[in-house]
Design a protein around this ligand. Structure first.
Ligand code: WQD
Length: 335
């Protein structure tokens, strides 16, 4: 069976994707520098699937290390998650974000070209759309000027990949994620935010677990039904499965162009207050929260039009927001 490199494979979305790849019978090799993950995730993946992935602790910002890896490992495709992803942090440390997210991408693509590895799945983000003019958001919605260096690295990353496919045999698919949430039903892997969670769901579960005193709801004066911001919360297992079908599209040469983009979300928007109510309903926990000012840089609403992913990839979400919130809570209880 094909051997697939998963960079960032010990991270939140990466680890769930490794599990689904192994479930499909793929041979998986992980590169992860542990900058935003822990080595015990490797054993957790193994305990779920019964197969221990190959693992290399490589810093993809070091060109010679990337070259050595490709010299010694014959792979059939790459799913590239490894990147810094904290929006706020990227504003404070832009050069670190450009060095890590762009530098490592360039080295990977250079070695792919040099060693004739031609199937590439890129972890992109709905953040490239900014506040879209129309909802739900389709793949041909205009790309807006990035609101953060993190978002800019996703926009620039897509451009770099597109340009690479024009001068090589590389075929690539960028998956623009909406808001990944939840955890694996085994409760062996899930989201492991370092420090104070920036994202909503880990902050919700840590508040329910009394690790955090109170959840602040950022903004209650948005032009939405209940005044709080709306997002498209996609279960991480559904998101992981989207990577498998995208990879298979490339491996079977079913792609219609050498650079394709797909929005991966549920197609449904939920407000922060709706998420809180759903969490309280599925867990029976009462959440301590307060309405505060908006968070700078946040958009009012975003949710995906998933027509293209369903039509071309045959993919559609199977799990609900409630499934995701319950799985996130069950995962939190194991920490
Ligand atoms: C969701 C909603 C907040 C925390 C970002 C990136 C995106 C992706 C996911 C990496 C917003 C509100 C949050 C809190 C709150 N990142 N919120 N209180 O900002 O939609 O997307 O993370 O891949 O690229 O842009 O996600 O979870 O931070 O916020 O009220 O303590 O929850 O204002 O409306 P976001 P989020």
């Amino acid at each position: 069976m094909s051997k697939i490199l998963v960079t960032g494979g010990l991270g939140f979305i990466g680890s769930h994707t490794v599990v689904e790849l192994q479930n499909e019978g793929y041979d998986v090799v992980i590169i992860d520098d542990l900058s935003n993950s822990t080595i015990d995730v490797l054993d957790k993946i193994t305990s779920i699937t019964g197969i221990k992935p190959d693992y290399f602790n490589i810093d993809l910002k070091v060109k010679s290390s990337v070259q050595d890896f490709f010299k010694n490992n014959k792979i059939d495709g790459i799913i590239h998650f490894a990147a810094s992803k904290a929006v706020g942090e990227s504003v404070q440390k832009p050069l670190e974000y450009y060095e890590n997210n762009i530098g490592s991408l360039v080295y990977l693509l250079q070695e792919m070209k040099a060693t004739n590895v031609n199937n590439f799945i890129f972890s992109s983000s709905c953040t490239v759309y900014g506040q879209a003019d129309e909802l739900p958001i389709t793949e041909d919605a205009p790309i807006k000027p990035a609101e953060s260096p993190y978002g800019n690295t996703k926009q620039i990353g897509e451009e770099i990949i597109k340009d690479s496919t024009k001068v090589s045999d590389i075929k690539a698919i960028a998956l623009r994620y909406f808001n990944p949430v939840g955890a694996h039903p085994s409760t062996k892997i899930g989201e492991l935010p370092i420090g104070v969670p920036q994202n909503l769901i880990p902050f919700v579960t840590q508040t329910a677990a009394r690790i955090r005193e109170q959840l602040s709801v950022f903004g209650s004066d948005y032009e939405t039904p209940d005044g709080t911001a709306v997002r498209d919360y996609i279960h991480v297992v559904d998101l992981a499965k989207a990577h498998i079908v995208a990879l298979q599209r490339l491996l079977k040469n079913k792609n219609k162009s050498n650079f394709e983009v797909f929005n991966i979300g549920t197609g449904k928007g939920n407000s922060v207050l709706e998420v809180i109510k759903a969490f309280e309903k599925v867990t029976g926990k009462k959440l301590n929260y307060k309405l505060v000012d908006r968070r700078p840089g946040d958009i009012t609403a975003a949710y995906a039009d998933t027509t293209l992913a369903t039509k071309e990839l045959g993919w559609k979400p199977e799990l609900t927001l409630e499934d995701a919130l319950l799985s996130a809570w069950k995962w939190q209880e194991t920490l």
